[in-house]
Design a protein around this ligand. Structure first.
Ligand code: FHN
Length: 466
């Protein structure tokens, strides 16, 4: 038997084992998760809406080549190396033998996340390469069975997140370059899974879906995640109906779980705008961008890298500054979204130092200014030339990026301003003058925080711009 036949056999066997579970795997009966009442949805989404800041972790076999294959480097993203270096599936799988994260320390990862001020952590359970970073009973292409590490880091990580009060969540790719169902020919390339990224062998699609559902059940029952963050849904063979079915299925496993829009076919390009009858999922996912005016009326989260890759690449040093990252967080909050900021740990299990120092800087800012971010709502103003604004209750938070010469000019409000102070000096008072067409606030000579100083305005009611 050839190696690929052997693999096919393993997956068919796995599907046969899963077959008696089939009724439990379909979500035909029970609550109608696709038509949830608004109050139930608001309650389910509450913690996520208040969180505002999450840590994305792309961790998998691609950290071994770290962006380099047979002496070739590319400027493409690291976790796509199997595709861009055209690596045959069997060769790529050999990286598992070198994936030995002996420096992985769950307590330290979670401490880094917590100190940064993130409220949730989303880690890749399986990226497009099909390798499971968790202990999967239905696949031996996982960290326990195929690597010298032989342990399950995800068990430690989920436990540690619970312990330190960080919500634990999974990313999971629908497209799978390792599964035999997607092992299709593509002209001019090695015959390796995913090379024609849009194809699946039609008779094997049900087997693959069963396999994916079984893995998702493993993820939910073994690690109790709070978000499932799907990806790789753009392939032609994944349909709107598949998306709706999978959404209902994962909600049936854990009704309170939150699911992103990439479970279905609603994503418009990278923008994460949900449109049309195939849109399903709880939040939009703009990627590497902040929508200029937010996405009014929908929950959304911008996922972004700190350098130019998601998975670790040893030579990508194009790091964004801490200032840019902090201002991104503020900008996103001011538009009513969440910020999911990525790190790509090494194959040894280390979060790269430049990422850690940036997260520390974010943590320092957020420790003193968190009140203006967590559970804060979008700005009542269309635009502010000196910065951004957020709001909570009767308070308006003015995030000043460009410190004015003497006075800060704020657009008019319907409300009466009762008091103005620096967020970091709640006992202090700033002088202000409120006129019909403007509010002027007298500020100290120099910015207490040149990245973003927050001025709090206490109003006679929830902020309303004129
Ligand atoms: O192809 C992936 C990519 O590798 C990365 O995981 C990002 C994160 O949002 N999503 C995909 C592209 O949309």
């Amino acid at each position: 038997m050839t190696k690929s036949n052997g693999l096919l056999k393993k997956f068919l066997l796995a599907a046969a084992i899963a077959a008696p579970l089939a009724p439990a795997l379909s979500a035909q009966s029970g609550p109608d998760y696709l038509n949830e009442r608004k109050e139930a949805r608001d309650q389910r989404m509450r913690w996520w809406r208040e969180a505002r800041f999450g840590l994305f972790v792309h961790w998998g076999l691609y950290a071994v080549p770290a962006g380099e294959y047979k002496g070739q480097r590319s400027n493409r993203i690291g976790e796509w190396i199997q595709d861009w270096a055209n690596i045959p599936r069997e060769d790529y799988a050999q990286f598992a033998k070198q994936f030995n994260p002996i420096k992985f320390n769950a307590a330290e990862w979670v401490r880094i996340a917590k100190d940064a001020g993130v409220k949730y952590l989303v880690i890749t359970s399986k990226h497009h390469d099909g390798f499971s970073i968790f202990d999967s009973k239905i696949s031996s292409y996982d960290i326990v069975d195929s690597t010298p590490y032989k342990k399950d880091p995800i068990a430690d990580l989920s436990r540690e997140c619970k312990k330190q009060g960080i919500r634990f969540c999974f990313y999971h790719s629908i497209m799978d370059w390792h599964h035999p169902s997607q092992y299709v020919d593509a002209p001019g390339r090695h015959r390796t899974a995913g090379k024609d990224k849009n194809k699946i062998l039609p008779d094997q699609k049900p087997i693959y879906i069963q396999y994916m559902k079984t893995q998702l059940r493993e993820l939910v029952t073994q690690y109790d995640p709070e978000v499932l963050w799907f990806d790789g849904e753009w392939v032609d063979w994944w349909t709107g109906e598949d998306g709706r079915d999978l959404y209902a299925y994962v909600r049936s496993l854990k009704p309170s779980i939150i699911v992103n829009n990439r479970v279905g076919k609603g994503r418009q390009g990278m923008r994460g705008l949900d449109k049309g009858p195939d849109a399903v999922g709880d939040f939009g996912t703009p990627e590497q961008e902040i929508p200029p005016t937010g996405l009014p009326g929908v929950d959304w989260e911008s996922c972004m890298t700190m350098n130019d890759t998601w998975g670790y690449k040893s030579y990508d040093n194009n790091w964004k500054s801490s200032e840019a990252l902090i201002r991104n967080l503020i900008d996103i909050a001011s538009k009513g979204g969440n910020y999911l900021l990525n790190v790509g740990p090494t194959a040894e299990g280390v979060i790269p130092e430049p990422s850690v120092t940036r997260l520390q800087a974010m943590g320092r800012w957020i420790r003193t200014n968190g009140e203006s971010i967590y559970a804060a709502g979008a700005s009542p103003f269309k635009a502010l030339e000196w910065g951004r604004a957020t709001q909570k209750g009767n308070r308006l938070y003015l995030h000043v990026f460009r410190w004015p010469e003497s006075e800060l000019t704020v657009p008019p409000l319907e409300n009466k301003v009762r008091r103005a102070c620096l967020l970091t000096e709640p006992g202090g008072k700033l002088q202000f003058e409120q006129k019909a067409d403007t509010i002027s606030i007298r500020l100290p000579k120099t910015a207490p925080d040149p990245i973003a100083t927050v001025v709090t305005l206490e109003l006679d009611g929830p902020p309303r711009a004129k």
